[in-house]
Design a protein around this ligand. Structure first.
Ligand SMILES: C[S@@+](CC[C@H](N)C(=O)[O-])C[C@H]1O[C@@H](n2cnc3c(N)ncnc32)[C@H](O)[C@@H]1O
Length: 278
């Protein structure tokens, strides 16, 4: 599909209804260009001539992979190492020491929209740095459970291999040398950082019951794409997935205000985070 082959209004409405139901992403009015640009390659690769034909195939469920590749094409996977810095400074200097002071063991951390892995591996690096300065910490067996809806992002995240350009987005040379091993002209996340992190496919719109309970949830830079109703529902279900006193981190442009009153906002010297009300 080229820009010249504009999508009809009816197909646009049909497509955005499908997308919101499938993954929560809300497309406002006048975003036809976004669909055209993001689906062009997919339509070519799959030999499909229009969005209408694509939607019919997705609804029919044949070929089966089509639904996943459409969602892959429409999600924004932008991420970086130590994104916004503050959440990871809060984690190291406020949250982990507080959990140790509360005697918490078997800490489980959920990176709930992990994209290509930078967020969960950054959390694991932060844990290693904390444990170096707190050798008697009870958090030595902490686990990071990383999930995303995008199967292609999960493949990249599990590979844990990145090039210099990607590593350059937020990672210092010192951390690169300490936590990555060179593989040709690329770098792979070191075993002790990888070992803590496991990956799983999870659509945030669906039940979290199979994931178990968490002490900390990172839900960063994904709620911005969802409607108010979806934000409220997701935040309340995340509250239910947290152990008492558990912590929540949102993206820099995201807030809980107006969506859920299950959390209190904590303003610390290192930044803002949320704690489940007792
Ligand atoms: C912009 S990235 C954010 C990555 C990371 N959390 C960060 O802050 O750098 C948004 C991620 O949310 C994922 N996503 C979008 N809709 C989702 C849904 N319904 N369930 C789970 N993940 C979703 C996308 O696949 C994408 O990887």
């Amino acid at each position: 599909m080229t820009a010249a082959q504009a999508i009809t209004h009816d197909d646009y409405v049909r497509f955005r209804t499908f997308l919101e139901k499938a993954c929560g992403i809300v497309l406002g009015d006048g975003k036809e260009y976004l669909i055209v640009s993001r689906l062009a390659k997919l339509l070519r690769d799959e030999d499909i001539s229009s969005v209408a034909e694509l939607l019919t195939a997705v609804e029919r469920g044949h070929p089966r992979h089509l639904r996943d590749v459409v969602i892959d094409a429409m999600t924004t996977n932008e991420t970086s190492w130590f994104r916004d810095r503050s959440p990871f400074e809060v984690l190291e200097n406020e949250v982990l020491p507080e959990m140790d002071a509360n005697g918490i063991r078997q800490c489980r951390i959920w990176s709930s929209a992990c994209s290509s892995g930078q967020e969960p591996y950054t959390i694991s690096i932060t844990l290693s740095e904390y444990l170096r300065s707190a050798p008697t910490s009870g958090l030595a067996n902490a686990q990071v459970i990383a999930t995303d809806i995008s199967t292609s992002m999960l493949v990249l995240a599990k590979q844990a291999e990145y090039d210099n350009a990607i590593l350059g987005r937020g990672l210092s040379e010192q951390r690169k040398k300490a936590f990555f091993k060179p593989v040709g002209d690329r770098w792979i996340v070191a075993d002790d950082i990888r070992r803590r992190v496991s990956f799983k496919e999870q659509n945030l719109l669906l039940s979290y019951a199979a994931l178990g309970k968490f002490d900390i949830i990172f839900c960063r830079n994904v709620l911005i794409y969802f409607s108010s109703e979806r934000k409220t529902d997701i935040l309340n279900r995340m509250a239910a997935a947290l152990n008492p006193g558990g912590y929540l981190f949102l993206g820099a442009s995201e807030t809980i205000t107006g969506y859920s009153d299950a959390f209190e906002m904590v303003r610390s010297p290192h930044g803002v985070f949320y704690r489940l009300k007792r």
